[in-house]
Design a binder for this molecule. Structure first.
Ligand code: ARG
Length: 463
């Protein structure tokens, strides 16, 4: 028989496949990474076939023995693909036939289509990968919170518009980024919930003609339930879009955190030093130490979002049920999973090994950053904030006019001149620690408020 006749769908074809079409159509080079879940799916499916009397005990045990052997071949990297192995499903079925004989192997696909098969494989594969990613994300959040607890004493400037704004704790900055990540974790759990639904037993599109027990299939494969419409079951790739979105969002978060750290590690800021393990040098300038890890994190966020946008376009306006466009889900998805998982691990490495320079952070605090606190001082004496904002602005202006280094250098007489409600205790305002410690309300930068955030984060990851 010619290779074309041996194809699973070879029966109705007379002409040979164009060699480029063969390559263009083949997904085995990238979908072979699903070999294990494909075998797992077939194992469950054949058990279900036995339940409806389409296989007997002997046939089933022979099939399961063959699947075990097939799995061993893949695990040992001994699987040899042949021409015509279009994708992982055809490759596995072909090889199973060689191991146990075509007579029995030929019954495996009864009532099943590659359409419900691939949808099932993808969900099983994604579920496993997301659980791995979940574990490294939890680890990352723990590293962030532990570091924050250890360095809670360190103050630094907080910025808006990248201009010095108000003093904050370095731990508050860490906690802020960990807070985004905790939301990513929550969102991930919701995505896993929706991934974990079973399309198997939907057939090509119309449903199963032999009354297969889909609930049994779902249970056996550890799914939460079945997808309730066969047309949807074979076509639904929303879960892939969700994973690509999830990856885009977390990398977006990591890109922003990276950008801060790139800036903080410049000589101009000098707030932190990246470990050598996460930096590289220049081929020309011997003095350079570049934050490549952080730049890559920033750059890869663009790539993953591109995959989301690209796959959304592939999916858009596809007709009902299965169309080959859907095969385009794999490369972006696989790349996204690897990129996201590596990115979280790199970010964890960067955060756990960097060195902070507290003197530089604290040294960057300037008295003008307490102008709001000066306004608040008068608020505490009953003056409306709109008025105190103005008065504090006058103090900043006067200090500038008098060529003083900051608002703390104005004498009490000068303060009285600006507003008679200023008293000698105004000097208490000019203390960065005191400023930070006033922000005790939930979510603020006072020690107690930051510790509370950290304890909430720790609780969120312990679930
Ligand atoms: N390799 C295909 C995919 O990934 C499997 C499903 C093929 N189904 C079909 N009707 N041609 O989408």
């Amino acid at each position: 028989m010619s290779a074309d006749k041996l194809k699973l769908w070879g029966g109705r074809f007379t002409g040979a496949t164009d060699p480029l079409m063969e390559l263009y159509n083949a997904s085995l080079p990238y979908d072979k990474k699903m070999y294990k879940v494909d075998i797992e799916g077939t194992r469950a499916y054949t058990s279900a076939l036995k339940k409806v009397g389409l296989l007997n005990d002997k046939e089933l045990s022979e099939i399961h023995r063959g699947l075990d052997e097939l799995l061993k071949e893949w695990d040992a990297d001994k699987f040899v693909s042949v021409q015509g192995d279009e994708d992982i499903h055809t490759a596995n079925e072909r090889r199973l036939g060689e191991i146990i004989g075509r007579e029995i192997a030929g019954k495996v696909h009864t009532g099943r289509s590659r359409n419900d098969q691939v949808a099932t494989d993808m969900r099983l594969y994604v579920r496993e990968q997301l659980q791995n990613i979940r574990a490294i994300l939890v680890e990352f959040i723990k590293v962030m919170t532990t570091r924050a607890e250890q360095e809670i004493d360190v103050l630094m400037p907080g910025y808006t518009h990248l201009q010095r704004a108000q003093p904050i704790r370095w731990a508050h900055w860490l906690s802020s980024h960990a807070t985004y990540l905790a939301t990513d974790l929550e969102r991930l759990d919701q995505v896993i919930e929706r991934v974990n639904n079973c399309p198997l037993g939907a057939g090509a599109l119309a449903g199963h003609p032999f009354g297969i027990d889909r609930e049994y299939l779902a249970d056996t494969l550890g799914f939460n339930g079945v997808i309730g419409n066969s047309l949807t079951a074979v076509a639904d790739r929303d879960f892939i879009v969700e994973v690509l979105f999830w990856g885009s969002m977390i990398l977006n978060h990591l890109s922003k955190m990276s950008e801060d750290m790139i800036i903080y590690s410049t000589a101009e800021f000098g707030f932190l030093k990246l470990a050598d393990a996460y930096s590289t040098g220049s081929s020309l300038m011997p003095q350079k130490k570049n934050p490549d890890s952080l730049e890559l994190l920033r750059g890869k966020s663009g790539r993953v979002f591109g995959q989301l946008a690209g796959f959304m376009m592939s999916l858009k306006a596809t007709p009902s049920t299965y169309n080959k466009d859907l095969q385009e889900d794999k490369e972006p998805l696989f790349d996204c999973l690897v990129t996201v998982s590596h990115s979280i691990s790199i970010a964890t490495g960067v955060i756990s090994t960097l060195e902070i320079v507290p003197e530089k952070m604290q040294g960057a605090l300037t008295m003008d950053m307490l102008a709001t606190d000066l306004a608040d001082y008068l608020v505490r004496k009953g003056v409306p904030f709109r008025e105190t904002h103005h008065i504090s602005g006058e103090a900043v202006a006067m200090a500038e006019r008098e060529d003083l280094s900051g608002i703390d250098k104005l004498s009490i007489e000068q303060y009285k001149q600006i507003d008679s409600r200023f008293e000698a205790d105004v000097v208490k305002v000019f203390d960065f620690e005191a400023s930070v410690e006033r922000r005790t309300a939930t979510g603020g930068t006072a020690r107690s408020a930051v510790l509370k955030q950290l304890s909430n984060l720790k609780q969120a990851v312990s679930k």
